[in-house]
Design a protein around this ligand. Structure first.
Ligand code: IMP
Ligand code: MG
Length: 173
């Protein structure tokens, strides 16, 4: 069994998401916001955020994987599942769980930009700025965290631990 140390408790995550939702609702007032969830990790955050937005919301899902093995992403992305709907002319907000090297997200943002949305922004629950290799413009960040491998709130370690309502660190004894 993995031992999990709580890094960000549930109440703190909830409070932060409420604050982010208020800021985003204000920013998009009078518009419909099209949320693009990056599967699978982004799904918990997107649901919690979407529930608290006061502007009209539509949703879509995308799954990408970076080519290459190991823990380092390669910078080439493969679309595992594309969006169902066109984003042309829409106000799009990409919802991610975490930004690490930035490789996956920078490629994904480039791809989405080429599909001519009215606007395109990026929102992430967690950010590990120390790990950044490729620059990414992040519009809304929940928490900046140190260079630790975290799980919970959608984030996994070998597909485990996604369902925890907090962000934790795996500590193997
Ligand atoms: P990037 O291209 O290196 O920024 O990769 C980001 C992706 O790697 C995230 O969307 C996560 O799926 C995964 N990832 C990065 N850091 C962590 C972590 O600490 N825990 C779990 N998954 C992570
Ligand atoms: Mg992800």
């Amino acid at each position: 069994m993995d031992n999990i140390r709580v890094l960000i408790p549930e109440e703190e995550v909830d409070k932060k998401i409420r604050e982010m939702a208020a800021e985003i609702s204000k920013k998009y007032e009078g518009k419909t916001l099209h949320l693009v969830c990056v599967l699978r990790g982004g799904v918990f955050f997107m649901c919690e955020l979407a529930k608290r937005l006061t502007v009209p919301v539509t949703l879509d899902f995308m799954s990408v994987s970076s080519y290459g093995d190991g823990t380092e992403s390669s910078g080439q992305i493969k679309i595992v599942k594309d969006l169902d709907d066109s984003i042309e002319g829409k106000d799009v907000l990409v919802v991610e769980d975490i930004i690490d090297s930035g490789r996956t997200l920078s490629k994904l943002m480039e791809l989405l930009e080429s599909r001519k949305p009215e606007s395109l922004a990026l929102c992430t629950l967690l950010d590990k700025p120390e790990r950044r290799v490729v620059e990414v413009d992040v519009d809304y960040t929940g928490f900046q965290i140190p260079d630790l491998f975290v799980v919970g709130y959608g984030l996994d370690c070998a597909q485990q631990h996604r369902n925890y309502p907090y962000v934790g660190v795996v500590e193997n004894e």
